[in-house]
Design a protein around this ligand. Structure first.
Ligand SMILES: Cc1ncc(COP(=O)(O)O)c(C=O)c1O
Length: 398
């Protein structure tokens, strides 16, 4: 793994851009009064899990995502695990290496062998050509992530899956608010799995939703989230408790009501960021293909060290000194993590050319639905200031 560089303290001098750290993200919470009045009702009735609000949340998600079924669960990770379990997958599953590690954990927990493939250099999403090359007689599924809410090349992946008779699951953890060719992501492939954790546009505090047009899969998932017990105490297969509580569902319902507004706010914030940062040499952005809409779960820049005059890691440290919290998503990439390295043989640098490069140069800047324009301007001013002082910044090896 690359040695990180550290910047000597106080090289830029002066006062940091923010007196308190500006977070990388923050949940945009719905109206507290509405939430509390509904909470009071369920406290009174004592029916606090997997009941009428979970059903209402699922029905609202179905309508919003234009899909036949939505199954609410306790997390996206559980949704991924149970979807693969219900599909009775065997052998190998093809997974992008540029993703959050939960994507890969879900496969390994199903005793599947993850076969990691490279991503596209511009969209950061899994490369369909690499997926096709990785198919063997042992492959049973493709698991693709919509990175940072940027829809994957769904048409190409659907074609490959159909041609090779493979299940196609989308890790749509970042996907609420994203659309592909004018339609919300969620009705594609065999199933899509969304996260509702606090870093997402739509949150239920913790939670996940699986969407699918396959009614049999949906019915099985509803049993799977209840230990595999359909209600007769005679489990037909092994599931686990992954139910959503009524408290979480209420939060999800209200958060879904605010989704369209929050998507627009993020789009506007990203436009401001891009307009201000475009002027800086060596800074570029994730490509969102024409006709698609990213949820902008994250706003990530690519730092070209030669042109910007500082590495991503040095820029990250300089921003930290300005009280700006940033994240190196996803670093290290999954194929370099201890839990997964054993699945990757051969020349890693050659196999994962784009993943290796992006994971070392991508930096996510603060973004949440209610971030204020003045804060984005301050963040961009800090970046410009760091760029102007780049020659004074002495990089030291940790
Ligand atoms: C791509 C991806 N997949 C899966 C997950 C897991 O989601 P959860 O925390 O809801 O299990 C995350 C979490 O952020 C993620 O980013």
């Amino acid at each position: 793994m690359k040695k990180e560089k550290a910047i000597k303290p106080a090289i830029l001098g002066g006062i940091p851009a923010f007196s308190e750290p500006i977070p990388i993200t923050k949940p945009t919470m719905p109206d507290t009064d509405v939430i509390l009045s509904r909470y009071k009702e369920i406290f009174k009735t004592g029916i606090i899990t997997n009941a009428k609000y979970v059903k209402e949340f699922e029905a609202t998600a179905v309508k919003h995502l234009k899909v036949r079924n939505a199954i609410a669960l306790s997390s996206c990770t559980c949704g991924l695990m149970l979807t693969m379990k219900c599909l009775e997958l065997k052998g190998e599953v093809i997974i992008p290496s540029f993703t959050f590690h939960a994507t890969a954990h879900a496969a390994v927990w199903n005793n599947l062998t993850p076969v990691f493939v490279d991503c596209q250099s511009d969209t950061f999403n899994v490369c369909p050509e690499e997926v096709e090359k990785a198919i063997t007689e042992k492959t049973s599924a493709i698991l693709a992530t919509h990175i940072f809410g940027n829809p994957s090349d769904i048409d190409a992946l659907e074609k490959i899956a159909a041609k090779n008779k493979l299940a196609l699951i989308f890790d749509a953890a970042h996907g609420f608010g994203a659309s592909y060719k004018g339609k919300p992501v969620g009705g594609n492939g065999t199933a899509s799995v969304f996260s509702l954790s606090p870093t997402k546009l739509l949150t239920s505090a913790e939670g996940g939703i699986v969407t699918t047009n396959d009614d049999a899969l949906a019915a099985k998932l509803k049993v799977a989230r209840n230990y595999g017990d359909s209600g007769n105490y005679d489990c037909a297969f092994s599931g686990f408790n992954s139910r959503m509580s009524e408290l979480h569902a209420i939060l999800g319902i209200e958060s879904l009501g605010d989704l369209a507004k929050n998507v627009k706010r993020r789009q506007k914030s990203v436009e401001i960021y891009k307009e201000l940062l475009r002027k800086l040499p060596g800074i570029s952005f994730q490509k969102i293909k024409k006709g698609n809409q990213s949820s902008f779960k994250d706003f990530s820049i690519i730092v070209d060290a030669d042109k910007f005059g500082l590495s991503r890691d040095s820029l990250s440290e300089a921003l930290a000194k300005e009280n700006i919290v940033v994240k190196k998503y996803f670093y290290p990439p999954v194929h370099r993590q201890k839990a997964f390295a054993k699945y990757c043989q051969g020349n890693i640098k050659k196999t994962f050319v784009n993943t290796e490069s992006i994971s070392q140069t991508a930096l996510s800047l603060p973004l949440y639905s209610h971030i204020e324009e003045k804060d984005i301007r301050k963040i961009c001013e800090a970046l410009s200031r760091i760029y102007s002082s780049r020659k004074e910044i002495k990089e030291v090896i940790n």
